[in-house]
Write a protein that binds this ligand. Structure first.
Ligand SMILES: [Fe+2]
Ligand SMILES: [Fe+2]
Length: 310
């Protein structure tokens, strides 16, 4: 059996009460258990002042003043000061629980700070990588850096209009500009060729979808996962005649269905090496004609709502 001397070794306690006679027996009992006990006697104001100035690890208060003393020392119950108890037998357990809670709070704040720092680091690394990829895409896209940005913007508007959650809208906004990143791997002779491509050349161009997806694959973030999906499927058609997989309808990821419309529209209204640009109205008509064959009819429907303003 453990000796009672071991119970409270060196624990700094204050016995608080209104008169010495009442607190003396408690003092003797706790001192016998090895605690470093001081007695403070006085009215409540004096006690509060003295205890706030030099707080012990726990306060054993006379039952008559226990509650009021606790309310004065820790009015919000935040456990910022020493625990106030009236039962001398509960000192050890109370102090241990308090220490554990303090340690737990400390650990929680260390973990929280570390995870915020990690998330910030990861986010800024992602943004950095994305920016570099975008620059690379801008050099090599047969359109321009501006095209990639316009597609991101239009795609995010369509996504919002379709009622996608705000988080997905933001991801599409940032991921859509990378849709043609795979064109980095297509030779200039094909990519920049004025005039129509031969069938073989077109087959080479088509590989940009899978090549782009490969560049973006394996990223740990949601952003790169969305970008990969868009790059891979932005040339799928609603009727299943697109590439690379020939997915049809709802099997095509919605982000890719959206970017498909935004990409084609932007290409139509801007000049290309092999043809003149269309007016926004003519391009919107062309998109409308593709509803249900080339494009998701729901995406075309929301596109039609504001196509003349984009
Ligand atoms: Fe493309
Ligand atoms: Fe494009």
């Amino acid at each position: 059996m453990r000796s009672s001397m071991d119970d409270l070794p060196g624990l700094r306690l204050v016995i608080a009460g209104e008169d010495v006679v009442a607190v003396q027996p408690v003092h003797d009992r706790l001192a016998a258990q090895g605690a470093d006990v001081r007695v403070r006697v006085g009215d409540l104001d004096e006690l509060v002042r003295a205890l706030a100035e030099d707080p012990p690890e726990a306060i054993v208060a006379h039952p008559q003043i226990e509650e009021e003393l606790r309310a004065r020392l820790d009015p919000l119950g935040l456990e910022t000061g020493p625990p106030v108890i009236s039962d001398p037998a509960a000192v050890r357990a109370t102090v241990e629980i308090r220490r554990l809670r303090a340690r737990q709070r400390e650990l929680e704040s260390v973990f929280a700070a570390a995870s915020v720092a990690r998330a910030r680091e990861a986010e800024s690394a992602q943004r950095d990588t994305l920016q570099r990829l975008l620059q690379a895409a801008g050099y090599r896209d047969d359109n321009t850096y501006e095209h990639t940005q316009r597609v991101g913007l239009l795609a995010s508007k369509l996504a919002r209009e379709l009622g996608l959650p705000a988080r997905e809208v933001a991801l599409i906004n940032h991921a859509a500009p990378l849709h043609d990143i795979g064109k980095i791997a297509i030779p200039d002779s094909i990519l920049l060729k004025p005039g129509r491509l031969t069938e073989e050349e077109f087959e080479v161009v088509k590989t940009h979808a899978v090549l782009g997806a490969r560049v973006l694959a394996g990223g740990a973030s949601e952003l790169f996962a969305v970008a990969e999906t868009i790059a891979r499927h932005h040339h799928e058609r609603w009727d299943g005649d697109g590439y690379p997989r020939g997915f049809a309808g709802d099997d095509i990821p919605v982000a890719a269905r959206i970017v498909h419309v935004a990409d084609v529209y932007d290409v139509l209204v801007h000049e290309r090496p092999y043809r003149e640009s269309l007016t926004p109205a003519a391009a919107a008509e062309e998109i409308a004609r593709g509803a249900g064959s080339d494009f998701d009819p729901k995406v075309v429907e929301v596109f039609a709502k504001f196509s003349l303003q984009v």
